[in-house]
Design a protein around this ligand. Structure first.
Ligand SMILES: Nc1ncnc2c1ncn2[C@@H]1O[C@H](COP(=O)(O)OP(=O)(O)O)[C@@H](O)[C@H]1O
Ligand SMILES: [Mg+2]
Length: 319
């Protein structure tokens, strides 16, 4: 059988560049070299080469996180070049990247999320009013960022202003939402036509972390991850159902991973990641493993669905 000519995209220009390069290397190592002829591209420098090579590429794996990678921009370029790629298309990638738009779509699908307010850079923000409506602590997050970059958990009203200033250094739109103290869970969804929810993971950031911050996410040993999560059967089913509902509400494809908080038996969805971390020990590959898919089998599935999905996208081309 001829090998699939695969473009592996990692690096890029978002603040998650290093994470992406690391994931890219681990994905490269896990891919079956008997099945794939792999060329690596770093969108920071290699976009012209990618365009030139397009007619000799059978599929791409986008291992990029954050803006200019996970947000539909790279997906749009690949659509134009008619290169199949894994996971969400332009629409799903764009709406999931924007936490404000995602919240509106979650609302429409009755996916519960923390109470929130949103502000753009030119809005006048009445601090006491915000605190009155959301309570304390509250969370300030840039609408389009990932890996907890630019985020603050604000406990005191006098700290809100500087948290807002920091948030606006990362995006022109912010979400301010009620802080929910509970058990943090994340649940992967896998599939193209029929969706399967993977085993739920419980995330316990170490004592030195107030929440699942950048270091808790990426420094080995800083966070305990328990899979399957220590939750009862009805809660597990609820979490998995909600992960599937969140995936569908944002028009996603292939796979996703939804972060949630469980408090007093109630679930709140924080966000859905369309290109979850992809090192062998990242959350999504871990739960896929628990669900019976090795890291390389998971990659095979994603590539197979990418090629199938591309046929559907192609229906929109004029004949
Ligand atoms: N409303 C909230 N209540 C409690 N913790 C939160 C809340 N929002 C975010 N967090 C914490 O911050 C982390 C990152 O937030 P999240 O919305 O998942 O953004 P991202 O992972 O894209 O940076 C979460 O994993 C959680 O630990
Ligand atoms: Mg998250």
């Amino acid at each position: 059988m001829e090998k699939i000519r695969l473009a592996l995209l990692s690096g890029g220009i978002s603040s998650e560049r290093e994470v992406s390069l690391n994931s890219g290397t681990q994905v490269f190592e896990a891919l079956d070299k008997d099945k794939y002829e792999i060329t690596r591209y770093d969108p920071k420098i290699d976009l012209p080469k990618l365009v030139m090579d397009a007619s000799n590429i059978d599929a791409a794996l986008i291992i990029l996180h954050g803006p200019f990678g996970e947000d539909g921009t790279v997906q749009g370029l690949l659509d134009l070049l008619d290169i199949p790629y894994q996971g969400a298309g332009v629409l799903g990638s764009a709406v999931a990247m924007n936490k404000l738009v995602a919240k509106r779509l979650y609302d429409g699908a009755k996916v519960p999320t923390p109470t929130y307010l949103s502000f753009s850079m030119n809005d006048r923000i009445n601090i006491p009013e915000v605190v009155g409506s959301l309570g304390l602590p509250l969370v300030v997050k840039p609408a389009c960022a990932g890996s907890s970059v630019g985020m603050t958990i604000v406990k005191l009203q006098e700290d809100l202003e500087s948290a807002i200033t920091l948030g606006f250094e990362h995006d022109d739109t912010l979400i301010l939402e009620s802080y929910i103290k509970g058990v943090e869970l994340t649940c992967g969804v896998l599939g193209n036509e029929t969706l399967e929810a993977l085993p739920v993971i419980e995330i316990i950031p170490g004592d030195s972390h107030e929440y699942f911050d950048y270091e808790a996410k990426y420094v080995a040993g800083e966070t305990e991850e328990i899979c399957p999560a220590r939750i009862d059967e009805p809660t597990r089913l609820k979490v998995q159902g909600l992960a599937i509902l969140a995936h569908q509400s944002l028009f996603l494809k292939g796979y996703s991973r939804t972060d949630m908080i469980l408090k007093d038996g109630e679930l709140s969805v924080l966000e859905t990641n369309t290109i979850p971390g992809m090192t062998a020990t990242s959350l999504f590959p871990q739960s896929a493993q628990e669900g019976g898919y090795s890291f390389s089998a998971l990659l095979d599935k994603l590539i197979q669905w990418a090629i199938e999905e591309n046929k559907r996208t192609n229906l929109r081309r004029a004949r």
